[in-house]
Unconditional design. Structure first.
Length: 207
């Protein structure tokens, strides 16, 4: 009986090991997964720790990523602020003020960062490899980590690293900059359906 228990334990351990190997995720698989998420909605919290400031700066709100429309970022606290990023422009909207529109022609460096932010949320490997040295790690149980070290200007002058963590979705981003500041973003309440935008969501990208 002890012998059979030992064999059963061995087989169980072997199957668990095989399952872990089979479930190992790669960067290509992650990109394919995100490519099949045409619309992602989530709640975000942001904590920024700035050198010399005793208390971190915190904000929170809702975000929406559409492969076809771009990124809608709506900060609710500590004050309302909306950013819209698409292929052609970045729009910033604050309550009671005229929307500020930035294009690639008017501010090419900022627009490059705009393009990068969308690439992060969509795990666009081509854009990421163009701008970063990439280290991808499968952490087991479906969890993964992607560490991006900038290799092009102006990103290498701004950041030491950008680290993405997730499982089924992108759950967190950590940005560390050259001045020693840290920005931590956490994403929760992911909603992938419906896979098309509602009329109200479409209007968020219209100015």
């Amino acid at each position: 009986m002890k012998k059979w228990r030992g064999i059963l334990l061995f087989l169980t351990t072997s199957l668990l090991t095989l399952n872990n190997v089979a479930q190992a995720i790669t960067l290509d698989e992650l990109q394919q997964r995100f490519a099949h998420q045409p619309v992602v909605r989530a709640h975000f919290t942001q904590v920024r720790q700035i050198q010399g400031m005793p208390q971190p700066l915190s904000s929170s709100g809702e975000m929406l990523v559409s492969h076809y429309k771009g990124l809608w970022w709506h900060q609710q606290k500590p004050f309302p602020l909306t950013l819209v990023l698409d292929d052609n422009r970045m729009v910033q909207v604050m309550a009671g003020q005229t929307p500020q529109v930035i294009t690639a022609d008017s501010n090419p460096q900022l627009f490059q960062f705009n393009h990068l932010m969308r690439a992060l949320f969509q795990a666009d490997r081509a854009v990421l490899e163009e701008n970063f040295n990439i280290e991808f790690n499968d952490l087991g149980q479906g969890k993964w980590r992607l560490v991006l070290t900038p290799k092009t200007s102006p990103l290498d002058k701004l950041f030491t690293a950008i680290t993405l963590n997730g499982q089924a979705n992108l759950d967190a981003i950590l940005l560390t900059d050259r001045q020693g500041d840290r920005t931590e973003l956490a994403f929760t309440r992911h909603q992938l359906t419906p896979e098309t935008l509602s009329h109200e969501e479409e209007q968020r990208f219209t100015f």
